[in-house]
Design a protein around this ligand. Structure first.
Ligand SMILES: [Zn+2]
Length: 208
């Protein structure tokens, strides 16, 4: 995210996340407005990740994806260990859950499944969430979201994926500069490491 408009959304989302951080985890709040706008702008998020229905309003936090109401019902049947379903409009959300939605995305998961020969077919969409590949994805997304949350003010997906050589002065936002300066080198190294979703996914065997 490099444009001034995108930066503005990231800054507002970061402020919302800081307010949400102070809310007890079990309480949560409605999905924050700027965070929602950011989430809806992610590639693939205008359609249900499983069936392609427009304007999905349900989510599987486990994978950071958006679902239509029909597919959300099927995900509930998988059990919370396989897919944790929430309503974007009606449920309360915690800091980590919102971060999972901002760091996930429908296209990202769909691409992951396609690399494991589990693309968007009716059979695959029911079965793929029970595979070891799916377990790998949801485990690492959860770890990644928690780590991003522990590293201070949110700077957007691009910052979460930057190499540690990135210089703080590359951004125009003073808030983001402060965040980057506060984030320890060790913390950033861990973030890069945990982005193994991107680098290690190809080594996972998609056995069922
Ligand atoms: Zn659907």
């Amino acid at each position: 995210m490099t444009s001034s408009e995108d930066l503005s959304i990231v800054t507002r989302a970061a402020a919302e996340l800081e307010r949400l951080r102070k809310v007890p985890q079990h309480d949560g709040t409605s999905f924050p407005r700027a965070c929602r706008k950011m989430m809806l702008s992610l590639p693939g998020n205008s359609r249900c990740v499983d069936c392609g229905n427009l304007n999905p309003d349900w989510a599987s936090v486990s994978y950071g994806v958006l679902l239509c109401v029909r597919c959300s019902g099927r995900h509930r049947s998988y059990g919370v260990a396989k897919s944790r379903v929430r309503s974007i409009s009606m449920d309360a959300w915690s800091h980590t859950q919102v971060l999972a939605m901002l760091e996930g995305g429908n296209e990202q998961l769909q691409s992951f499944f396609q690399r494991h020969q589990m693309g968007n077919t009716s059979i695959a969409s029911s079965h793929r969430y029970h595979t070891k590949a799916a377990e790998f994805y949801r485990t690492h997304l959860d770890i990644h979201a928690r780590k991003v949350g522990s590293c201070g003010l949110y700077g957007g997906r691009s910052q979460s994926r930057k190499k540690r050589s990135t210089e703080p002065k590359q951004t125009n936002s003073h808030k983001l500069e402060m965040n980057q300066q506060m984030a320890s080198k060790t913390c950033r190294e861990k973030q890069v490491h945990l982005l193994g979703i991107e680098s290690r996914r190809q080594s996972i065997t998609a056995t069922q």
